[in-house]
Every structure is written in structure tokens, then in C-alpha cells.
Ligand binder design. Sequence first.
Ligand SMILES: *Cc1c(COP(=O)(O)O)cnc(C)c1O
Length: 504
Amino acid sequence: MKYISTRSKIDPINSADAILQGLSTDGGLFVPEEIPSVTLQEIKELIPMKYSERTATILQKFLTDYTDFELHECAELAYDPFDIPSKVPLAILIRDKDTEKSSTGVIELWHGPTSAFKDMALQILPRLMNLALKKVGETKNILILVATSGDTGKAALAGFADVPQTKIMVFYPDGGVSKIQRLQMVTQTGNNVNVTAVRGNFDDTQTGVKKIFGDEKIREELAKLNIKLSSANSINWGRLAPQIVYYFSSYVEMIKSKQIKLGDKLNVVVPTGNFGNILAAYYAKRMGLPIKNLICASNKNHILTDFFQTGIYNRNRFFYKTITPSMDILISSNLERLLYHETGGDINRVKNFMETLNATGKYKIDDDLKNNLDKIFYADFATEEETSETIKNIYDEFKYLVDTHTAVAISVAEKYRKKTNDYSPMLVASTASPFKFTTSVLNALGKSAENLDDFAQLDELGFLSRRRVPKNLDNLNRAKILHENVCDKEEMTEQVLKFVESQK
Ligand SMILES: *Cc1c(COP(=O)(O)O)cnc(C)c1O
């Protein structure tokens, strides 16, 4: 399997190269030349497997330049230590009271070391990268630059800390992440890590990082220091591919728990920001996993809802900071891959869309493309109030706590059912532990969080949900703050050079 760019004709490359480069030099994203297929028989064979075996089985189809042994080893090292007996469980199955027709499986994707779904990809990516360096004979050190809206940063730090031949630098928007998210990052240990806050929002931060990637001069400067830039953001193919696996895995879990039979179709609803997680579900569907509709759930910023409903992507709008900060995004980078596949690989059109977006802040897709998307996607959003109400309703009814991002998805799932009367079984991607967004969750439950510090809030949530506080969060108040760096968005390049110099 070879990889090509979404924006121009390049010589096809191996997955190891795509993973190391992150972004194509023409500004495009790497996509597989063709999308491999999986038969129902193959899906059936996943049933007795553990999660790491399912991972190796699916990844074999995409990462063909890795050996079977390598993929099994990477997957075992990544997922076997997760904090649950059966990896990536279906948390609850909600039976719709009125109809008895529908069931909803919530896939808890946050049992990794940082309690966010980003671990699903970022625990395996560093291992894939490390092997990739050996495969291509690269002797330079890799510098991973990350722009984070909260969860990616910590998950990437946890994945890359002290991995040989790599360094990692994380930029996050100052004041744009939750307190716990910030603490998780600024207490990160490791000799190869740096964490810097940027005065600006997530888009400023992401734009800054993209600029550095596109800056020939800084690349040369870094090359002199024996450093090569790479990314761990969700544009990296090595992050996207492992995310495809959990859709297969949870489908299989739905079979095991007798909610569906092999071959039955499911709807999948995903709380969406950068469009990585839901794109992984799209690949799973294209590969042959029986998925009916992909439901794209957005928050108050709902740029994707508008895009799917009108065919116009328009980022010229007010940017809201919401109680779902990991979805506060106006540029959904991975959408480019979808446009590529749904135009039948029309690189000129994709390039044109992206250049128009760059120049004017918006673009409009043609009717044929819009029609294609309508057949696959349904999009809606939840307001802040609806998000909070959903947390409370789900808790009252099932004594089950969801975080704000997951609540957006559940709220949109309910809207979808009401509007379409489609009561097919549903999978909801649960993207963060409720313990990562304690204040918003407590407020939603009508509990006053104001008088409680962050750790008292964790305890209160533990009490209410009758679940134990994840250890990695519980230990945070004893961890030492190691990173207090703050910079302006214009200073990011300078900060990178400073970090690299300090690493010599
Ligand atoms: C990153 C993130 C999302 C959005 O995922 P994308 O792949 O960017 O669409 C949703 N919820 C949480 C908690 C996240 O960390």
C-alpha cells in the first residue's frame, strides 16, 4: 500500500515515509492510494481477538511495509497496559424507553494513560515512528511539534516522553484548555519534552505550528542541528490509521453483547473537531464495516454542521470558547482527506478548495460532491444548554456520567432519531473521561463547583458516579510544575529554536 498527496501528483511513498513526514511538502495530506476492504468473514474473525490483535489485523491492510510481528508488538506495547480488562469497552447500552427499538453503545475511548481518546492513537504512533526511522535509515533526530486544544498535547507528551531519537514540543492556547488539562501538560516529565502556552486561541496556535512546518529557513536551521520536523497532530496518517480499529472493535463488541448480528448496520455518532475521529469511521465504512450513517456532532461553533447542510465551509465567523474546548476549532484539517476521496481523488479540485479557503476563509463545494456527502453524513450541533442538559438526563436516568464532548454526541444522536425516525442501533464515540472536565460536568448536574478546588471536584464526581478517579488525574496535585513558558503567537518559531538549542 502506497501513499499519495491530496493536493498534487507526487511519487507514491511507503507508510513509514508518510508517518515520518506527517504533511506532504505540497501542503496536502497523505492518503492511501486505495482503500482496502474487509469482508464480513474477516470481521467475524475479530470476535475472539483481544484489542491489540484486532489492531494488528486492521493495520496490516494499511501499513504494509511493517511486518506482522512489528505491528503486533507495537499494538501490544500500546494497548495491553490500558487500565481496563477488556480494551475499549462498550460502557453502557441505553435502551430507548419509548420505542424499545433502539440501543446505543457508548464506546469509552479514554482508558489510556491520559484519560482522553487521543491515547488510542498517540500510544501507538511513537512506536510506529521509531520503527519508521529504522526502516528509512534516518539518523537525524525527529522533533514533533504539536498544536493542542487540550487533549492531544498531554497524550502526545505521554507517548513520546523519552522515546529515543525524538523530541517533542507542545503549544497550547493560554487559557484555552481546562485546568486539569493544563496541569497534565505542565507536569510532564522527560528529557526530550517542552510545553509552551501561546497567547491566542487554538486556531492561532495551529496556524503558528503550520507556519513553522512551511518555513524553509527554519527547516534548514534545524537540519544544521541534526533535527527533522514531524507532526503528531491528527493530520498524521500514523494517528488516523489506529483510530479506524476501534470502530471495527466496537462493532464486534456490539455483536458479542447481542445488540446486533453480523452484517447489521449501525449509525455512528462522533463529537467532532479536527475531523480525525469521524474520518476514521468513514474509512471503516469504506472498508466494509456495516455503518449506515456517519453522524457528525458539533458544538456551538458548528462550522461542520453548516458545511454539511449548505455545502459552504466558512470560517469567517465568531469563535466561541465552549465547555467542549477540544471541539473549539474553525479549521477541520482532516476534512481535506474526505474531499479527496469523495471527489474520486480530484487533486486539482481539492487544491483549489484549500487555496480558496486560505485566501478567503471559505469555499463552496459543487452539487455532485454535496450529493455524495449527503448519502453518508448527517450533521447537527448541540448548544451549551443542550450539552449540559444531556449530561444531567443521562445521569438521572442511568447513573452514568459522560463528559461534555460525549454529551454533544448523545444530544445530536437524539436529534437525529427524532428528525429521521431512524432507530437503527447506534454507536457513540465517548472521547474523554468526565473526570477531565469536572467543573462543567458538576455544573451540569446542578452541583455548585465554585467552592471546590479541582481535586475536591474530582472526589465529588467520583462519589456521584461511583467510579474511581483515574490515577493519572488523582496524582496531579502532587506532581511538580515543570513548564511555565508563555509566548506570543509571533514568537513560536523563536521558541522552537530555543528549545532545540537547549537540548544540545
Ligand atoms: C480531540 C477531541 C475531539 C475531537 O476529535 P477530532 O478527531 O479532532 O474530530 C473530541 N473530544 C475530545 C475530548 C477530544 O479530545
